[in-house]
Each structure stands twice: as C-alpha cells, then as structure tokens.
Design a protein around this ligand. Structure first.
Ligand SMILES: [Zn+2]
Length: 93
C-alpha cells in the first residue's frame, strides 16, 4: 500500500472543519446521531450534536472516536499521524 502524497491529503489538514468532513465521509465518526431519549435525529452545530429538545444533553461529534480525548484539533491530529507515517518528526514544522 502506498502512502498518498501530502498534496493529495492537504485538504484534510487545512482546517478542523475540512478534516471533520473527511472523517464523516469516511465513517470514522458518525454522520448522523439519534437522540437516545426521543429517537429523533440530532442537529449538528460545529463540534456538537444537539437535540430539538433543549433539555437533552449535547454530544460531541467525536464521542467514542479516536479523537474524543484529544486536546488539539482533529486536522492537527491527522497531520501528526501523517508525519509519523512518512517519518518526518512533528517538531520540524
Ligand atoms: Zn433529545
């Protein structure tokens, strides 16, 4: 398996939003989320899922994913992983 070039993947690293879209398209994180209480689809606001019922708890779109505990943006995580993959120390940028 060959590693895609940086330029092929650049759009993933550009912004948290572009990375989030990539993760959703590739089903790394959920594209939709259902409210546990009301069994209706939640609405995405940036990095959270919210229910129409305002009393329901908000849920991170990264819940239960590799990115859930990350303190940095997902695109930064992906960039670091990519640099590890191609053996460039992440401190060199
Ligand atoms: Zn709800």
């Amino acid at each position: 398996m060959s590693i895609p070039s940086f330029f092929e993947l650049k759009h993933i690293f550009d912004t948290p939003e572009s990375c989030t879209n990539f993760l959703m398209e590739n089903k790394v994180i959920y594209q939709t989320k259902e409210c546990r209480l009301y069994r209706i689809n939640m609405i995405r606001y940036s990095k959270t899922w919210r229910c129409k019922n305002k009393k329901c708890p908000q849920v991170s779109i990264f819940q239960n994913s590799f990115f859930a505990e990350s303190k940095i943006e997902p695109n930064q995580v992906m960039l670091i992983l990519y640099m590890k993959l191609i053996n460039i120390p992440s401190t060199s940028t």
